[in-house]
Design a protein around this ligand. Structure first.
Ligand SMILES: NC(=O)c1ccc[n+]([C@@H]2O[C@H](COP(=O)([O-])OP(=O)(O)OC[C@H]3O[C@@H](n4cnc5c(N)ncnc54)[C@H](OP(=O)(O)O)[C@@H]3O)[C@@H](O)[C@H]2O)c1
Length: 259
């Protein structure tokens, strides 16, 4: 992260405005900085203002604008206020990265339904609401790029992750459906599906050495991704280079889902 790169025109995001949910840390922070390196101005969103300030400084050091917005995207009012602010401050929205998400693990026969609701509320319901309001701006513009964050666990299963796997498979199918629905408005909707990536969320399980060894045994490339490993695909999906691609999922999992 941190130095401005030279991009070919078809990968340049100069003049574009991108909104990334969950941009305070982890994959969302790396994506936000990557989009700024490619020339975009950013709207940064999470519940923790202090984390957003850190990423804002990194983006401003690259010469791009960053608007930090402290919001809980599961709260309808927060999302409505977020898009009012976007319209007022930028008057355009070209790229939406639906990154904020969460995970849990529990045996299917024991899982508390409140915990199930929390996963679906953030990973599906909030994602749908954010996309709906972003989509209204993009439909008026007749252009836009939407990139949804799924997971390799939306493609393959893993025991004790039923709610998470369901939610991410739903994101992949939502991506296909919305891509077909909004194609006529000049909006591309695609998805990335990362494998295990070293973030605060993943450390909850990867700090267990037994589980980490099990994970590594399933990755043909032999290492766990860093957040920066997820950035290149997002820049591609946000740029003109991917103009003929919609409804698709790029799986970035070190080969896990090949086995
Ligand atoms: N790490 C992996 O191994 C992995 C693999 C596949 C897919 N993914 C997916 O990648 C995405 C990012 O994961 P990560 O590992 O980077 O997670 P992370 O380190 O926990 O970061 C999540 C980000 O989302 C924000 N967030 C959480 N709840 C929110 C809410 N209600 N409203 C607004 N912002 C919220 C968090 O900030 P606050 O808590 O301050 O709000 C944080 O900025 C998720 O969708 C995850 O499912 C991750």
């Amino acid at each position: 992260m941190g130095s401005k790169r030279v991009f070919p025109d078809s990968f340049s995001l100069a003049g574009k405005v991108a909104l990334v949910t969950g941009s305070g840390r982890g994959i969302g922070a790396a994506i936000s900085v990557g989009l700024a390196e490619a020339g975009a101005d950013l709207v940064l969103v999470s519940r923790t203002g202090r984390e957003l300030e850190h990423i804002q400084q990194e983006i401003e050091a690259l010469g791009q604008r960053a608007l930090p917005v402290t919001a809980d995207i599961t709260r309808e009012d927060d999302v409505i206020n977020l898009f009012e602010l976007v319209k007022r401050e930028y008057k355009q929205l070209d790229i939406l990265v639906n990154n904020a998400g969460t995970s849990t693990q529990a045996k299917a026969e024991e899982m508390d339904l409140k915990e199930w609701d929390q996963i679906i509320e953030l990973n599906n319901r909030a994602l749908f609401h954010v996309t709906q309001l972003a989509g209204r701006i993009m439909i008026a513009q007749q252009s836009g790029k939407i990139i949804n964050m799924a997971s390799h666990l939306g493609v393959v299963g893993l025991p004790r992750r039923t709610a998470y796997c369901m939610s991410k498979a739903a994101v992949i199918h939502y991506t296909r459906t919305l891509a077909a629905e909004w194609a006529g408005y000049g909006i591309n909707v695609n998805c990335i599906a990362p494998g295990y990536t070293m973030t605060k969320l993943a450390r909850q399980v990867l700090d267990n050495q037994g589980f980490r060894a099990e994970v590594l045994s399933k990755i043909p490339l032999g290492f766990i991704a860093s957040p920066e490993d997820q950035v290149g695909a997002v820049i591609f999906l946000a740029a003109e280079a991917s103009r003929y691609m919609t409804g698709q999922t790029l799986v970035i999992d070190g080969g896990w889902s090949c086995l």
